[in-house]
Design a protein around this ligand. Structure first.
Ligand SMILES: [Zn+2]
Length: 569
């Protein structure tokens, strides 16, 4: 490729709205251009990098035995209503209507398409297992699209779906995908962690996330200092304290706490630490009131609550709910919860006694509230957010919270979709069984952004060679000297013969501009030919990722570039 023809105008400055390195650099280096919030055009350089990611994924998926197909992006609403996701996805799903007023959606994920498809084609146990995948653009109407490709509204995904006869088969399919994912992310050169994860709106049981480490990442994960436990913060558990020993229980006493609805305010007034207080959060779960209890220094993890109450849709009480049910915001306690309400306590609440909590009356709290005597708990669950420094559930070591970008997510769905969609096969004994399903996603456009976050410096992008749009750039520094241009052109030709995908920067611009662009775009190897090269009979070479510089005789420069590329990360 000739830089003079390449559809790529680099920018010296990133637009002000670009806040993170990947967004800034992908714009500056002419990989992407914004069309509207969260929606980008992939310019030729960007598309080449995206295609390299795609090629790696396709190779590993094919090698794992999965078969590629292509499903529609525009989807009918009906199957989504059956699985409940038309509602649970809510406004995150782009919804539209056709001219006959039929409801349609743009696919954010495609269990509702692939499940009936397989049921219609493969109806016998003899057909199974089968694993189908596609690499397709997906849509999600993010409330606040930002950080460029990291939280976009259109993104490229690989999604695969496995169908098995039984749970053992599902586990085996899952393991195969798990290993394929390790190879994909390893080949992309990413620094990543595999963590246990929250299934979110996909549902199902066992699942793992593949998280690319990045300081700007919005996906928090918890890891043990001893390396035996790692989990997405939404799924992470900490070890729970021993139950409080039986012993003295204070009387429950109502106290006057004027104008102090917050935990911290009450703790200060009473001179007691926040963990002595009992936080009582109210949720609506499909019309039923749910009181969720955690110690006062803790946050409720709403995803865990949602999972505990699945499939009821869960939302925090709003002002109207408080009014309708006669609760006083800021002064809620679990005492005298009505019979039809559900009281759900975090397991850590077992470790405390003599709680300070709301008195269900304005400006009043109670002290000495105790489980069973003063309030009931209907269910004990893990509904708490893990904090930095909590104890590991496996070994008791210190837990640390890190930041990352989720680039892959795999799920054991079981019969979460096959049952409601009545997707069954005839088993060996003649009975109809729902498929045991798994689903497996990789965000390709996110991998590009995550790699740009991990591999950059002040000069620009430093791609691992597996992801760079081209392998090398040949830079003639003096375009006005025929011998320089001729030598550079010859080297460019030799690289092509050696199967190196190179760019020759034949633009009539200064050497300084060419060097800056070469660093910004991130070609793994730079080969520089100038007046001095001709005098000394050598070319200057630079490996972008390491900054390592070397010389090679002009006759061997192309070969030297091949060797440098082979040795580059
Ligand atoms: Zn541990």
């Amino acid at each position: 490729m000739r830089a003079s023809k390449l559809f790529a105008r680099t920018l010296r400055e990133a637009p002000a709205e670009a806040e993170v390195a990947s967004h800034q650099l992908l714009l500056r280096a002419a990989y992407i251009r914004k069309l509207m919030a969260g929606v980008y055009t992939w310019l030729p350089l960007g598309l080449r990098t995206l295609r390299r990611v795609e090629a790696i994924i396709r190779e590993e998926m094919d090698a794992s035995g999965a078969q590629e197909l292509r499903m529609p992006i525009v989807l009918p609403a009906e199957p989504w209503k059956i699985t409940g996701r038309w509602q649970t996805y809510g406004q995150e799903m782009f919804k539209l209507k056709d001219r006959h007023d039929r409801e349609l959606g743009l696919g954010p994920t495609q269990e509702e398409v692939v499940t009936p498809l397989v049921a219609g084609e493969f109806g016998s146990y003899r057909d199974l297992p089968v694993n189908l995948y596609q690499i397709e653009w997906k849509y999600r109407d993010e409330l606040r699209p930002r950080f460029g490709l990291l939280r976009g509204r259109e993104f490229l995904m690989k999604d695969a779906y496995s169908f098995d006869r039984d749970v053992d088969g599902l586990r085996s399919s899952y393991r195969t995908m798990f290993e394929a994912y390790e190879r994909v992310f390893g080949r992309c050169g990413l620094d990543y962690r595999i963590v246990e994860a929250d299934p979110g709106s996909i549902g199902g049981d066992v699942n793992h996330e593949f998280m690319a480490l990045a300081a700007v990442g919005e996906d928090l994960f918890v890891s043990c200092e001893n390396g035996d436990y790692a989990a997405d913060v939404e799924a992470a558990q900490a070890s729970t304290p021993e139950p409080a020993p039986p012993g003295d229980r204070e009387e429950m006493v109502e106290i006057f706490t004027p104008g102090r609805p917050g935990i911290q305010d009450v703790a200060e007034l009473l001179g007691r630490p926040a963990p002595d207080l009992l936080k009582c959060m109210l949720y609506d779960a499909g019309g039923r009131t749910v009181a969720v209890l955690v110690p006062g220094d803790r946050e409720v993890n709403q995803n865990k609550v949602a999972r505990a109450l699945w499939p009821a849709p869960v939302r925090l009480f709003d002002d109207a709910d408080f009014a309708a049910h006669g609760f006083v915001k800021g002064y809620v306690g679990p005492q005298k919860m009505s019979e039809d309400a559900l009281v759900l306590a975090d397991r850590s609440v077992r470790g405390g006694a003599n709680w300070v909590t709301g008195a269900n009356r304005i400006d009043h709290h109670v002290t000495g509230a105790n489980v069973e005597r003063d309030f009931r708990v209907d269910r004990w669950e893990d509904v708490m957010r893990v904090n930095e420094g909590d104890s590991c559930p496996r070994c008791g070591g210190r837990l640390h919270i890190g930041r990352s970008i989720v680039v892959g997510h795999i799920y054991q769905l079981g019969t979460r979709y096959s049952k409601p969609l009545k997707a069954t096969f005839v088993d060996e004994d003649g009975t109809e069984q729902p498929y045991q399903m798994g689903c497996y996603g990789i965000g390709l456009s996110r991998i590009v952004a995550a790699a740009a976050e991990q591999f950059n410096d002040e000069a620009g992008l430093r791609w691992p060679k597996a992801l760079a749009p081209y392998d090398a750039v040949v830079i003639p520094t003096n375009m006005d000297q025929a011998a320089v241009v001729e030598t550079a052109e010859r080297l460019y030709g030799e690289l092509a013969e050696l199967d190196i995908d190179a760019v020759i920067d034949d633009r009539e611009v200064t050497a300084g501009v060419k060097f800056a662009d070469a660093d910004l775009i991130g070609y793994p190897v730079q080969i520089v030919v100038g007046k001095r090269s001709l005098q000394s009979g050598t070319a200057d070479l630079k490996v972008r990722s390491t900054g390592q510089r070397s010389h090679a005789p002009l006759a061997q420069a192309a070969r030297a570039a091949v060797d440098l590329l082979a040795g580059a990360p």
